[in-house]
Design a protein around this ligand. Structure first.
Ligand SMILES: *Cc1c(COP(=O)(O)O)cnc(C)c1O
Length: 379
């Protein structure tokens, strides 16, 4: 095969990243602190345009781990978690010796279902195990049902860890994702809408909480001339080199969102009128997705028996990457012994759904190769 690989989502530099990195070299700020780290945090705070305080960290997973620590999660505590997500949403619950309780999705946003969530909370309270937190995710950039989920969290007084790793730039009723939860989480891994090669951030509502997060992320050093520790610390701060990439990426974030949304429109148009294929789209105008990944669901009965696996293999034959939707956590071998609330929505999505090449850097020629595969699949 000599056709070049088309990826689901690959890094897309804007042009100024290297300049920020060079400045770091010139000033010898080659460390997990420095002007790029502070600058990147300020850029993010301005972008989220809410009264938030951002701490830059080594990964989104680190941010989730610290978020749960800051909420006081202890061994044996129960934490509710959207089942349909990347494993990094759930793993930090296990790091703390706490127990994830998985919750199904609803079919419009593919995110945590308010009804299943409330059933889970009521059941656990009845058993004397009130959940200590809710991990809710904006999958593929699509905001979860923010009003409904926040109302439940408020009613039962349970904090929300808002996993916004895939949703930087998405909004709900005009407000940026990452700012709704008690604590928000961002990721800048290589395949996300912007990347620092690897990195993440914790979004706090107060300066004190951010400072506590940074304190824990830098080995929990007490104020003393020697190394003194009263708490267990972590090495979770973002490197000043990586933060330089992030500063450059912030300059092109809105362009990247427009391009990713353009890919979503491309798929909508390519598949217009196809009864058995649904392109994942915003339910109504309250929702604005960054469309980090475009995705679709195939109903084989309405597609002459053709399945999403047929489409995936057709792409693969042309050296085009596509991937089934996230496999729900309650179906993962490592989490099979934990409780689950809900029905088969996430399972159905996993069986019939496919993520499509969605990069902001796809060329016209690459789009044509994708289109040819879709055209052949339709016929
Ligand atoms: C990418 C991702 C994470 C983890 O972020 P890293 O920076 O890769 O550690 C967490 N949750 C979701 C939903 C993600 O997609």
């Amino acid at each position: 095969m000599n056709k070049s690989k088309i990826w689901l989502s690959s890094p897309h530099m804007g042009g100024n990243e290297q300049q920020f990195v060079n400045e770091a070299f010139e000033a010898n700020w080659v460390a997990p602190l420095g002007p790029n780290v502070t600058g990147f945090e300020t850029d993010l705070e301005h972008y989220l345009d809410s009264d938030v305080h951002v701490g830059a960290l080594s990964s989104g997973t680190a941010a989730l781990h610290l978020a749960l620590i800051l909420l006081g999660i202890q061994p044996g505590d129960e934490v509710l978690c959207q089942s349909m997500t990347f494993s990094a949403s759930a793993n930090p619950i296990a790091y703390l010796g706490a127990l994830p309780i998985f919750v199904d999705s609803e079919p419009t946003t593919w995110n945590i279902c308010p009804n299943a969530l409330e059933d889970a909370i009521k059941d656990r309270i009845q058993k004397g195990k009130k959940p200590k937190a809710i991990v809710a995710v904006h999958l593929y950039g699509m905001p979860f049902q923010v009003d409904a989920i926040l109302a439940i969290a408020q009613r039962y007084e349970i904090p929300i860890v808002e996993d916004s790793a895939e949703a930087l730039g998405s909004t709900y009723q005009g407000k940026k994702c990452g700012t709704f939860g008690t604590i928000g989480v961002l990721s800048f891994n290589g395949n996300k809408i912007i990347t620092t090669s690897g990195g993440g951030a914790l979004v706090a509502k107060t300066k004190e909480l951010k400072e506590k997060a940074v304190f824990l992320a830098t080995q929990a050093r007490d104020a003393a001339p020697h190394y003194q520790h009263s708490e267990i610390g972590y090495n979770y701060r973002l490197s000043n080199i990586c933060a330089g990439i992030g500063r450059g990426q912030m300059q092109v974030l809105d362009d990247h969102i427009a391009l990713r949304r353009g890919m979503h429109t491309f798929y909508q148009e390519a598949l217009k009128g196809e009864e058995g294929i649904t392109v994942f789209s915003e339910p109504h105008a309250d929702y604005f997705s960054n469309h980090w990944l475009s995705a679709l669901v195939i109903d084989p009965e309405k597609c002459h028996g053709k399945t999403r696996e047929d489409l995936r293999l057709a792409f693969e034959a042309e050296n085009i990457e596509s991937r089934p939707l996230w496999k729900p956590m309650h179906l993962q071998p490592v989490f099979e012994n934990y409780l689950y609330f809900g029905g088969k929505v996430s399972e159905h999505l996993f069986t019939n759904g496919l993520c499509l090449p969605s990069g902001s850097n796809l060329t016209d020629a690459e789009r044509n190769r994708i289109l040819e595969v879709l055209q052949r699949f339709k016929n």
